[in-house]
Design a protein around this ligand. Structure first.
Ligand SMILES: Cc1cc2nc3c(=O)[nH]c(=O)nc-3n(C[C@H](O)[C@H](O)[C@H](O)COP(=O)(O)OP(=O)(O)OC[C@H]3O[C@@H](n4cnc5c(N)ncnc54)[C@H](O)[C@@H]3O)c2cc1C
Length: 420
């Protein structure tokens, strides 16, 4: 059976729901296909079911967090639909929002369901037809239109198609990377997908022994050949497998990418005293060394720095600096002091992998941005084909940035289809 349509949108996640609501509002007959029985599964799971739906950052600084290429690509999208525009739209849909630390924005109810329901209602009320349990299997150009082959055997013909089928992280939610095969079959360039926003594993027993310790005030650096390649100041959590927390997860795609490329992994370091420079740490150590009664160095260090450190972390720092656990403050030599400063400013934590797509919140990689017009999300080589959301080679850090990018790229695609 063949069925003719003006527009098919594939994937009823954050981007697909937004795009469908907008195209339908513009009067374009819109069919939204979703392979699972419900819409917005990842919206429901997001932010620990609270849904960190966007950021308090302005458009410029928000897009800058997607790296150089991503920032350039997203400039127009975030200018057309800024984080504040997303909040205003949600207010208009009956979802009040509140700001939270680390530049996050949540629904005031803290219920992700409210966001998902509002998006779905908006799309339906605007006139979009949402079809659940409709899995796209094949996409190909046919006589100047698009042929969409569904799992049921049905063929749909559409003038325009917006692909919003997401990445391949958290595959249990329905996103299993189906979109990559369609794009590949069209000869489009894909950046190999790797897991992002995911915890890291460590082969080092001492790291596992710190499981449960959270460091709130810490800066994470990745270095290669002694040069810092990425950094992020966000909390870190030691786990029984390695490291987690936003500081580490935000940089995890670099570990995954190096593994994917067969390169040496970057080294990961924790700056445990980010508020003090090396000279200030050295001065603090000298003060500690001059303490009366020459207490144990590990005790004095835990309390004597500008930012107190958990004792078990101090032990790891001392080991890395080559100082024994029984060492007294007045026994520190000059070379040891130097090493101690270095390990406080950059404790090296061995990591060997990410926990993979199963645990990753986002996929980095996807359709190469060079294939897409950043002003319309149109695939340059195929008129009538648009791609938005996580299927693109875009990945931002934790903090509502990925929903923001999904909504903004969907907005551009919807406008382009509606004006086209
Ligand atoms: C646990 C978790 C928590 C997260 N928390 C946050 C957060 O708080 N803030 C934030 O900004 N981001 C968060 N993210 C990331 C965010 O969910 C994604 O970046 C965002 O959902 C991407 O939107 P999308 O519409 O591109 O893709 P998705 O939301 O993944 O939607 C894609 C849709 O396409 C459907 N689909 C796939 N294949 C087919 C097919 N063959 N046929 C038909 N339909 C198909 C899928 O079932 C899915 O419904 C989180 C992710 C996870 C996994």
């Amino acid at each position: 059976m063949t069925n003719s349509r003006a527009l098919c949108i594939v994937g009823a996640g954050a981007a697909g729901l937004w795009a469908a609501a907008r195209t339908a509002s513009f009067g374009v007959p819109t069919l939204l296909l979703e392979k699972t029985p419900r819409t917005g599964t990842k919206v429901l799971a997001s932010g620990g079911t609270s849904c960190n739906l966007t950021t308090t950052l302005a458009s410029g600084p928000a897009s800058a967090l997607f790296g150089k290429k991503g920032a350039r690509f997203l400039r127009t999208a975030l200018r057309v639909l800024s984080p504040m525009d997303v909040r205003e739209r949600l207010h208009g849909l009956g979802v009040a929002t509140v700001e939270a630390p680390l530049e996050k924005v949540f629904p005031a109810s803290r219920r992700a369901r409210d966001v998902r329901d509002a998006l779905e209602r908006w799309a339906r009320e605007a006139g979009a037809e949402i079809r659940p349990n409709a899995r796209l299997m094949e996409l190909r150009p046919k006589n100047g239109r698009w042929s969409l082959g569904l799992e049921t055997g049905e063929e749909l013909l559409a003038d325009d198609v917006i692909l919003a089928s997401g990445g391949k992280s958290y595959p249990r939610t329905g996103t299993t990377g189906d979109g990559y095969a369609w794009l590949e079959s069209l000869g489009l360039e894909l950046v190999p997908p790797v897991p992002a926003l995911v915890a890291l594993s460590s082969p080092a027993g001492w790291v596992h022994e710190l499981a449960g310790i959270a460091l709130e005030n810490v800066r994470v650096h990745l270095t290669r050949g002694g040069k810092t390649i990425r950094r992020r100041a966000r909390p870190v959590l030691f786990t029984h497998r390695g490291l987690s927390g936003p500081g580490v997860m935000d940089l995890s795609d670099a570990i995954a990418r190096a593994k994917e490329n067969g390169e040496d992994l970057p080294q990961l370091h924790l700056d445990l005293v980010p508020g003090s420079d090396r000279e200030e740490v050295r001065r603090a150590l000298r003060k500690i060394e001059a303490r009366r009664g020459a207490p144990l160095l590990r005790r004095a260090l835990a309390e004597g720095l500008a930012e107190p450190l958990p004792r078990r972390v101090v032990r790891a720092v001392l080991v890395q600096a080559g100082c024994g656990g029984g060492m007294r403050t007045n026994e520190l030599t000059r070379p040891q002091r130097h090493l101690l400063v270095e390990s406080l400013k950059g404790l090296t934590v061995p990591v060997d992998a990410t926990l993979g797509f199963d645990r990753a919140e986002v996929t980095a990689g996807g359709l190469a941005l060079s294939e897409v017009d950043p002003g319309t999300m149109a695939v340059r080589r195929y008129p009538g084909l648009f791609v938005c959301g996580e299927l693109l080679d875009l990945a931002g850090p934790i903090g509502g940035l990925n929903f923001q990018a999904a909504f903004a790229t969907a907005e551009l695609a919807a406008r382009a289809v509606s004006c086209g």
